[in-house]
Write a protein that binds this ligand. Structure first.
Ligand code: ATP
Length: 433
């Protein structure tokens, strides 16, 4: 993990938040490479979940909501973690995380540790809105992005031609006053989620069917982007461990260096959210089935994934230390830089002109970032590109000027081959898709 954190800083993926002021616990800033990787994850998710499906629409709801929405959703009352304090050093931990408790006890090296009784600590982050001092209204930054979808259920049904079963997808930031942020971006206080709320008929068989469907669908997505089968598993929640809203719940877990841990959740939320919003707002959340004439509050099967966690696990899985290099073997669809173009030497105008022409053509036509690099020698440029996972490096050399061919170097094999400039774009597009 330490090596990955160092690489992320060195190569512009992730920096500690507010670093020059000594940081702000549990916040991280994504640098130029991190933002590309994150964007690719989000774009791939949106493409598959929204654009390629007929039964899903998107939304982008406000982060700040009327506080009543959080009372309705149960978050004001029940969005809590059990907090205990070490009476020796006054640090605070979650009593439901045995590994963290054990680690802390060990850090006292034999000194007996006493704990306070667990108390429920609410994770919602408060904010204040309004221009009159003393008359500002208190509200919450959203603790999960789900509610913005449910409160718009009727708007979506009335403005779009959707018919149950259908889903609503959303990507956005969430904020939690986490007791123990840690493990890099795994648990932070500001993070991003990508979620679907899939509305179905209130029927046990339908519920089971769609719950299983989304389990398979989501694990399949991570497999398709290169995470290995033996490092992914489902972890079903026992009834007493489920969140306040869940009828069925499972996590997709990834085998991290600290053991199996949650990457995302799939939850059967029943009619919890819509019923509660109906009750608290007084506005009906009834769906009128145009085919059967039935009127009902739909059930919801939710998929909720942390983007930062997904990104961290993609990075962890891709990180390799080889004899002479560190390389990120990221899936080509995820990589921050798709192709790098090098002139063999930086001080030969003929080479530069030709290389720039090739570079511009690739930059305009390749979907994603294409980078130019003419610093140092070719070997060093390869090493730098390996560390951000660039799958292909194109070098323009003196032979290019004679026969219009370039070398393409493959990140994984480190082999180079010569190919005609004429077919270069199609060749790379084929490899990257
Ligand atoms: P945990 O028990 O690990 O704190 P959770 O079960 O509370 O997580 P959910 O409320 O189900 O998490 O949130 C859905 C997803 O959002 C999680 O699977 C995770 O990917 C992401 N997530 C939740 N909290 C955080 C956080 N503090 N930092 C980064 N990602 C988070």
């Amino acid at each position: 993990m330490e090596k990955l954190v160092a690489l992320c800083k060195r190569r512009g993926f992730i920096y500690p938040g507010s670093e020059i002021y000594g940081g702000l616990g549990g916040t991280w800033d994504y640098g130029p490479m991190g933002v590309e990787l994150k964007k690719n994850i989000k774009d791939l998710w949106w493409r598959e979940i929204v654009e390629l499906r007929d039964d899903m629409v998107g939304i982008d709801a406000a982060i700040m909501m009327n506080p009543k929405a959080w009372e309705a959703s149960g978050h004001v009352e029940a969005f809590t973690d059990p907090l205990v304090e070490c009476k020796v050093c006054h640090l605070r931990f979650r009593s439901d995380k045995p590994d963290e408790i054990k680690q802390h006890i060990e850090s006292h090296k034999g000194v007996k540790v006493d704990w306070t009784e667990p108390q429920q600590f609410n994770l919602l982050v408060k904010a204040y809105l309004g221009v009159l001092e003393g008359k500002q209204s208190e509200l919450y930054l959203r603790g999960e992005i789900t509610n913005g979808v449910h409160v718009n259920f009727k708007n979506i049904v009335n403005s779009m031609r959707v018919k149950i079963p259908f889903g609503v997808a959303q990507i956005g930031k969430a904020f939690r006053n986490e007791i123990t942020p840690g493990n890099f971006v795994f648990r932070s206080r500001e993070f991003e989620q990508m979620e679907t709320q899939f509305y179905i008929k209130p029927d046990e068989a339908e519920g089971k069917k769609w719950f299983e469907y989304w389990k398979k669908n989501r694990i399949g997505w991570y497999l398709s982007l290169g995470l290995p089968k033996d490092k992914l598993r489902f972890h079903d929640h026992e009834p007493e461990k489920r969140a306040h809203y869940a009828r069925m719940a499972t996590d997709i877990e990834y085998l991290t260096p600290w053991g199996w841990d949650e990457m995302m959740g799939i939850h059967h939320r029943g009619d919890w959210d819509l019923s509660r919003h109906q009750q608290y707002s007084g506005k009906p959340m009834i769906y009128n089935d145009p085919e059967t004439g039935d009127a009902f509050i739909p059930w919801d099967i939710e998929t909720s994934a942390g983007i930062d966690r997904s990104l961290l696990f993609f990075l962890m899985d891709a990180y390799r230390e080889e004899e002479k290099r560190i390389v990120l073997k990221l899936h080509p669809k995820l990589v921050p830089v798709k192709v790098a173009v090098f002139p063999l030497l930086a001080n030969k105008p003929d080479l530069i002109i030709k290389a720039k022409e090739i570079y511009r053509n690739l930059k305009i036509n390749i979907d994603g970032l294409v980078q130019w690099d003419d610093r140092g020698n070719i070997g060093k440029r390869y090493l730098a590109q390996d560390e951000v996972g660039t799958p292909y490096c194109v070098t323009v050399d003196f032979q290019t000027l004679e026969d219009d061919t370039v070398t393409i170097r493959d990140r994984d094999t480190t082999k180079q081959e010569r190919i005609k400039v004429l077919g270069l774009l199609e060749y790379l597009q084929g490899k990257l898709s």
